[in-house]
Design a protein around this ligand. Structure first.
Ligand SMILES: [Zn+2]
Ligand SMILES: [Zn+2]
Length: 270
């Protein structure tokens, strides 16, 4: 199996304590070909890690690890929270440093964080997910990033309040998200972290991915969203199976913010 894990954190994120060097050692031990370190760059004034991200330190870490581990291809990457809302601050980082790939993430709907129980307490399940997807479409239409991270993120905590997330109740919302991705040339990821939390589902699930394929989508990236070494590339076999069952054809590989290869999924899983 070829493994390109395009969503991994290091201690350049406040919510991860593992240095990049340890993440690389684990990745090599797991037989991974390529890894994108996607540390958080958050800019909401209420983000607990506001001001923490330091691209200079991050790029020094990557340079060090690239020299130390020539057998592992390391991509420079970043997970930007709400790229549609903090354009000026983000542009400064993105123009000053050469990233291979940029993830766009939505963690906030207005001034409410979807990891905070208040978001769910104040809403019906329908409203909680619909509000999120509506904001997500606005984020995608604004563009400026390459990969859409964890499309149905609120189910991680929503699960505690509403029970199992049923994507079929939100088909029009998913289709609006996928269409916006296709229009903008933004590639969705399958994020396996959803399997490691009580919601116990991939982001997205098979049915939601089928709507993406029905709209013409054929490519994805795969990310573990690892914040610990043991989570790197976890559940990739399940993610590949899900992608294949949905009719996905290709795994996208990036460099310099361009897709450099669409690897047939069958080759990655062989
Ligand atoms: Zn995230
Ligand atoms: Zn992440």
């Amino acid at each position: 199996m070829l493994i390109y894990d395009y969503h991994v954190h290091t201690d350049n994120s406040l919510d991860c304590n593992t240095p990049m060097i340890v993440m690389c050692e684990r990745a090599i031990g797991q037989g991974i070909q390529e890894i994108a370190f996607t540390d958080h760059f958050n800019n909401h004034l209420l983000d607990i890690d506001l001001g923490f991200y330091d691209p200079k330190r991050y790029f020094e870490d990557v340079e060090f690890c690239r020299q130390r581990f020539p057998q592992l291809k390391i991509l420079t990457a970043v997970e930007i929270g709400e790229p549609h809302r903090w354009q000026r601050r983000i542009q400064r980082a993105l123009t000053g440093y050469s990233y291979d790939v940029v993830l766009g993430s939505l963690h906030w709907v207005g001034n409410e964080n979807v990891f905070n129980e208040n978001y769910f307490r104040a809403r019906s399940p329908e409203q909680a997910y619909r509000d999120y997807f509506a904001e997500l479409v606005r984020m995608i239409e604004h563009g400026g990033f390459d990969i859409l991270a964890h499309v149905d993120l609120p189910k991680r905590l929503g699960h505690h309040y509403y029970g199992v997330f049923d994507a079929t109740a939100f088909e029009p919302e998913f289709c609006a998200v996928w269409q916006a991705c296709l229009d903008q040339g933004i590639t969705p990821e399958i994020n396996t972290k959803g399997l490691r939390v009580p919601s116990a589902q991939l982001h997205p699930t098979l049915e939601a991915l089928r709507w993406y394929v029905a709209l013409g989508g054929d490519s994805l990236t795969f990310g573990s969203d690892a914040h610990h070494p043991e989570s790197i590339a976890q559940d990739f076999a399940a993610a590949y199976d899900c992608a294949a069952a949905a009719g996905i054809q290709y795994v996208c590989r990036y460099e310099g913010r361009q897709i450099i290869q669409r690897l047939p999924l069958a080759e990655a899983t062989a």
